[in-house]
Design a protein around this ligand. Structure first.
Ligand code: HEM
Length: 534
C-alpha cells in the first residue's frame, strides 16, 4: 500500500487490488493470468500424459492442498458476526470514569466489533446441539487498539488453575483410542476435580444447551481490573445479557433438532442478521474493591464462583448490536484470533491464575494456527495507527511504518527519526507484592456450596433435566466413579446426591433386566437351534 499502512476499508483487499481482473468477471490464476480453459488439463495428445510445466494445474491443485489450516484446539465449531458497541458512560449513578479511564466506555461512544460464538469440545463441523459450554468472544476495534473479551455463555468454569487445562480438555475430548467422547473418562477426571461441581451442575442442566447463539448470555468468567486516571484499580467481572431473552433446550428438544439440522445455531444467527433482526446484548459489570475480601466465603479471583448479585449488583454499561454477516467465513470467522491479553488502557489483568495462563495460550496457539503475522489480517488488525519495530516472519503483508518516520530505523531508542514511546494517559497502576513463591491451592476453595445453591435455585423442570442428564451420562461410568460423583453431589446438596444415586440404581436395575431378557432369549434360540439340528 502507498502509505505503508494496512487497509482499513473493511473489504479485505489492498487498494491496488480493487481493480484486479480489470473490473471484469474473467477467471484468472493468482498471478493475474487469464484462464482460457478451466475444464481440460494440458496433455500430450488427446489421451496422453500431463506435463510438469502445467503451471495452471499445479498451482490450482497445490493451493487446494493447502486450503485447511489447523482448526482451533478448542472452540473449533463457530459462527461470527460484525456489529457495534454503544457505551452508556455510567456505572449506576456514577460516571464510569470514577472506575476506569478506558475510552471505549465513554458516554455515547460507538465502537465497531466482531463476535465469534462457538462450542468447545468437538471439531469444526460438529453438531451445534451438543451439551457443551458456548464460547462468546468479542473483539472491539477501539480508538486505543483492540480489546478482546473472550468469554463463555456460562459465568463460571471447571477449573481454577491454568496448569490443569490440557488435562481437563483431554478428558472431555474423544478417547485417543476409540475417538469417541466417553463419560467414563470425563467423570473420572471430574471425580478428582471437586472445584468443577458448580460448572457440572450448570452444564448438565438445560443451561448446557442454549437454544441458539442469539438466546444465550455471555460472561468474561475470569476477574479483570479497571484502572482510573488516578491509577486506582477495582476488580471487575463482565456479563452479556441477550435482549432477545434467554432460551435453553431439554435433551429431547436438542435431539429432535439435531436429527434434522446440526447447524441450527449458525443458521439462526446468519438468517436473523440477513433479515434485519439484529441481535442485541447489554454489557453488565460487577465491581469489587481491589483486595482479597476476607469477609467472603470465596476468593474473588476464583473463576468457579459466582459473585452473588445481591451483594455485587449488575450495572449495565453499554449495548452490543450485531448487524452484519461475514462475507467470507474462512477469512473472517476461521482466521479471527481472540485473546485475554488484548486489553486497552484503563483495563488490566487481575491475579486470577487461570487468566494469567490463558493469556499466554491464546497468542501462542494463534502464531501456530494462523501464523506469525496473524495480526496483519484484516479481521484481527486494529482499525487505527499501528507502528511497531517487529518485522518479517512468514506471510509478512506490510510493514507497520508510520508515515514521516525513518524506515531505516527498526529499533528504539534512536535519534534518527524512528518510533517514539507514547505518553501514559493517566497514573500508572503499580500493585505491590510480597509473598513466597509457592505451588498451592487457594485457601477458600468452598467447592460445593454454590453448586448446591445453584441446584436449589433451578426451576423444577431444570432440576429434573439435570438429574436425568447426569444419570444418562454417569450410567456409562464405572461403579467407583459413580460412587465418588454421588458423594460429591451429596456434598453440594443432599437431595441432589440422593436423586442421582436413585437414578443410577434404577438405570442399573433396568440394564440388568434387559441383560436377563436377552440372556433368556439367547438361551431360547440355542434350544430351538439344537432341536432343529437333531
Ligand atoms: C479458545 C486456551 C479457558 C473461552 C481457546 C483456544 C485456546 C484456549 C488455545 C484456541 C484459540 C485459537 O485457536 O484462536 C484456554 C486455556 C484456558 C482457557 C489454556 C484455561 C487456562 C477458557 C475460559 C473461557 C474460554 C475460562 C471462558 C471464559 C474461550 C473461547 C474461545 C477459546 C470463547 C474461542 C475464541 C474464538 O472464537 O476464536 N482457548 N482457554 N477459555 N477459549 Fe479458551
Amino acid at each position: 500500500p502507498k502509505d505503508n499502512n494496512h487497509n482499513t476499508s473493511g473489504n479485505n483487499k489492498l487498494p491496488e487490488q480493487e481493480s484486479a481482473g480489470g473490473g471484469t468477471t474473467i477467471l484468472t490464476t493468482r498471478q493475474g493470468h487469464p484462464i482460457y480453459d478451466n475444464q481440460n488439463t494440458r496433455t500430450v495428445g488427446n489421451r496422453g500424459p500431463a506435463t510438469l510445466e502445467n503451471y495452471q494445474l499445479l498451482e490450482k491443485m497445490s493451493h487446494f492442498d493447502r486450503e485447511r489450516v489447523p482448526e482451533r484446539v478448542v472452540h473449533a465449531r463457530g459462527a461470527g458476526a460484525h456489529g457495534i458497541f454503544e457505551a452508556y458512560g455510567t456505572v449506576g449513578d456514577d460516571p464510569i470514569s470514577k472506575y476506569t479511564r478506558a475510552k471505549v466506555f465513554e458516554k455515547g461512544k460507538v465502537t465497531p466489533l466482531f463476535v465469534r460464538f462457538s462450542t468447545v469440545i468437538h471439531g469444526g463441523h460438529s453438531p451445534e446441539t451438543l451439551r457443551d459450554p458456548r464460547g462468546f468472544a468479542v473483539k472491539m476495534y477501539t480508538e486505543d487498539g483492540n480489546w478482546d473479551l473472550v468469554g463463555n455463555n456460562l459465568k463460571i468454569f471447571f477449573i481454577r488453575d491454568a496448569l490443569k487445562f490440557p488435562d481437563f480438555i483431554h478428558a472431555f475430548k474423544p478417547d485417543p483410542v476409540t475417538n469417541r467422547q466417553d463419560p467414563n473418562r470425563q467423570f473420572d477426571f471430574i471425580s478428582h476435580t471437586p472445584e468443577a461441581m458448580h460448572m457440572i451442575t450448570f452444564l448438565f442442566s438445560p443451561w448446557g444447551i442454549p437454544a441458539s447463539y442469539r438466546h444465550m448470555q455471555g460472561s468474561g468468567v475470569n476477574t479483570y481490573k479497571w484502572v482510573n486516571s488516578e491509577g486506582e484499580a477495582v476488580l471487575v467481572k463482565y456479563h452479556w445479557e441477550p435482549l432477545q431473552g434467554i432460551k435453553n433446550l431439554t435433551q429431547k428438544q436438542a435431539e429432535e433438532i439435531q436429527a434434522k439440522n446440526f447447524n441450527h445455531a449458525t443458521q439462526d444467527l446468519y438468517e436473523a442478521i440477513e433479515q434485519g433482526e439484529f441481535p442485541e446484548w447489554e454489557l453488565n459489570v460487577q465491581i469489587m474493591s481491589d483486595d482479597d475480601h476476607p469477609e467472603l466465603d470465596f476468593d474473588p479471583l476464583d473463576d468457579t464462583k459466582l459473585w452473588p448479585n445481591d451483594q455485587f449488583p449488575w450495572y449495565p454499561i453499554g449495548k452490543m448490536t450485531l448487524n452484519r454477516n461475514p462475507v467470507n467465513y474462512f477469512a473472517e470467522v476461521e482466521q479471527s484470533a481472540f485473546g485475554t491479553g488484548v486489553l486497552v488502557d484503563g483495563l488490566d489483568f487481575s491475579d486470577d491464575k487461570m487468566l494469567q495462563g490463558r493469556t499466554f495460550s491464546y497468542s501462542d496457539t494463534q502464531r501456530y494456527r494462523v501464523g506469525t503475522n496473524y495480526l496483519q489480517l484484516p479481521i484481527n488488525s486494529p482499525r487505527k495507527h499501528v507502528a511497531t519495530n517487529q518485522r518479517d516472519g512468514q506471510m509478512a503483508y506490510y510493514q507497520d511504518i508510520a508515515p514521516g518516520t525513518n524506515p531505516h530505523v527498526n529499533y528504539e531508542p534512536s535519534s534518527l527519526g524512528g518510533l517514539k514511546e507514547a505518553t501514559r494517559p493517566g497514573k500508572d497502576y503499580t500493585p505491590s507484592y510480597q509473598a513466597k513463591l509457592v505451588r498451592e491451592k487457594i485457601s477458600r476453595q468452598n467447592d460445593f456450596k454454590q453448586a448446591g445453591e445453584t441446584y436449589r435455585n433451578f426451576e423444577d423442570w431444570e432440576r429434573d433435566e439435570l438429574i436425568s442428564n447426569l444419570v444418562g451420562a454417569l450410567s456409562a461410568s464405572e461403579k467407583h466413579i459413580q460412587d465418588k460423583m454421588v458423594e460429591m453431589f451429596t456434598q453440594c446438596d443432599e437431595d441432589y446426591g440422593r436423586r442421582v444415586a436413585e437414578g443410577l440404581k434404577m438405570a442399573a436395575e433396568s440394564k440388568e433386566k434387559r441383560m436377563d431378557v436377552s440372556k433368556t432369549e439367547r438361551e431360547g434360540q440355542a434350544v430351538q437351534q439344537a432341536e432343529q439340528e437333531s
